[in-house]
Design a protein around this ligand. Structure first.
Ligand code: HSE
Length: 439
């Protein structure tokens, strides 16, 4: 048993980087005992070396230039925790070309240019670990790639952006304003550097791209995700949804049916009693449906330094176990090459089916309901539930409707007609509804 340490070069000392330094220090002896050799961060690169950090950096050589870690630093594995496409991509490519294994939490890079990154890992014969890229501490990458590999997976539905979930939960429970809840999530270290990635569904779309590739066996296809953020959700919608028996959750959904694959991210009304309706705060949860296993569910902290560090270390341990093993026997290096997989057909967006919640602000005059229901009837859209609220101070009443499951195109036609009605006022809106039949 060799006692030589596995030498780690860390790029990025932000929330997750600091969490990693703390975790490796705290469990140092445990990892060494299990592996027969310690995991040691020998070098770290940070933009601002003088900044105060919530971890002990003694014994780590700090450098300004991340390229030094990728190129010259004598390390076995490079951990990239800076995020963003560039220069993260170039740093990882450089490190791999030099025979260094890499571990990254960078979902944006993998979703948008991952086919190339995994091909580079294959060509270099090195591991590319990415457990931390999706759902922080939940080991969903290994679940899909290994645990459920025997299934033909049919659907994934999950809450995979902690910040959006935190914001909607706070708006629901404390009647908090959107901006205050976002500021809180940022101060807790959950939000992306650019919080638009969280609230506009981009972060979840990146993660869903990775999950779909693992689940269905297809190239990483970020452009296939229809993403919509939570910024349109109002306190009034949360209240009305509650009265109708739903909670509004930020969902990411991937389905594979006879017509192909559909990938979407949007705020969604979920029945109160459904598992996902009960997942609050920054927590993430992912449900996966397979043909053999049936429904399965995963739950845990999806963001934050310590939870994400847990995933990074799981990759480091795997890299360490593979270290010194001939390339053909390393599962990471050769087992995942999404760019080489045959693409699957995608369901055209206008054919995606779902139920809808429609909130209409209407003039308080006779004939309103008749006008609305006849448009829905003409388009063969059935009303599953309807709620009318008297005017609140102003002269417009509120109508909330849950429709039957229909195609996107037909729903868009109905919405355009409803909004054109003379008695429908500005401020009307719609959101999707999922009932998870059979899951
Ligand atoms: N901003 C992300 C989230 C962090 O809120 O889930 C974890 O990827």
């Amino acid at each position: 048993m060799s006692a030589a340490p596995v030498r780690i070069g860390l790029i990025g000392l932000g929330t997750v980087g600091q969490g990693l330094v703390r975790l490796l220090a705290r469990n140092r002896d445990e990892y060494a005992r299990r592996l027969g050799r310690p995991l040691v961060i020998t070098h770290a690169a940070a933009r601002d070396r003088a900044r105060r950090r919530d971890c002990d950096l003694s014994g780590i050589t700090l450098v300004d230039d991340p390229a030094f870690i990728a190129r010259e630093a004598p390390v076995d594995v490079v951990v990239e925790l800076v995020g963003g496409i560039s220069p993260a991509r170039e740093l990882l490519l450089e490190a791999m070309a030099r025979g260094k294994a890499v571990v990254t939490a960078n979902k944006a890079l993998l979703a948008e240019d991952g086919n190339r990154m995994f091909a580079a890992a294959r060509d270099a014969g090195v591991a590319l670990g990415f457990e931390a890229a999706v759902a922080g501490g939940i080991p969903i990458i290994r679940v899909l790639r290994e645990g459920l590999a025997g299934n033909r997976l049919q659907a994934i539905a999950g809450i995979i952006n902690g910040t959006s979930n935190y914001i909607l939960s706070q708006m629901t429970e404390r009647g908090m304003e959107f901006s205050r809840a976002l500021a809180e999530a940022q101060s807790l270290g959950y939000a992306e550097a650019d919080p638009r990635f969280d609230v506009e569904g981009i972060d979840a779309a990146h993660k869903l791209t990775i999950l779909a590739t693992l689940a269905f066996g297809m190239p990483l296809t970020y452009s296939a995700v229809a993403a919509e953020g939570i910024t349109r959700v109002t306190a009034r919608d949360i209240e009305l949804a509650h009265e109708l028996g739903y909670r509004i959750k930020p969902l990411a959904i991937a389905k594979r049916g006879a017509g192909g694959v559909e990938l979407r991210v949007h705020p969604t009304l979920v029945p109160h009693e459904h598992l996902l309706a009960k997942v609050d705060g920054v927590l993430n949860s992912i449900l996966v449906q397979g043909d053999a296993v049936g429904p399965t569910g995963y739950y845990g902290r999806g963001a934050g330094g310590d939870a994400t560090a847990s995933a990074v270390v799981s990759d480091l341990l795997e890299v360490a176990r593979e270290h010194g093993v001939a390339a053909p026997h390393r599962p990471h290096a050769l087992g995942f090459d999404p760019g080489a997989m045959a693409p699957l057909p995608l369901v055209p967006r206008e054919q995606v089916q779902s139920a809808h919640y429609v909130r209409l602000q209407v003039a308080d005059t006779p004939g309103v309901l008749k006008g609305i229901t006849s448009i829905l009837a003409e388009l063969d859209i059935s009303i599953e539930a309807i709620l009318q609220k008297e005017p609140r101070g102003r002269d417009d009443a509120t109508l909330a409707i849950i429709t039957s499951v229909i195609g996107e195109q037909r729903f868009a036609q109905a919405m355009a007609k409803l909004l054109a009605l003379p008695f429908v006022r500005p401020g009307s809106t719609h959101l999707r509804v999922e009932h998870f039949d059979g899951a």
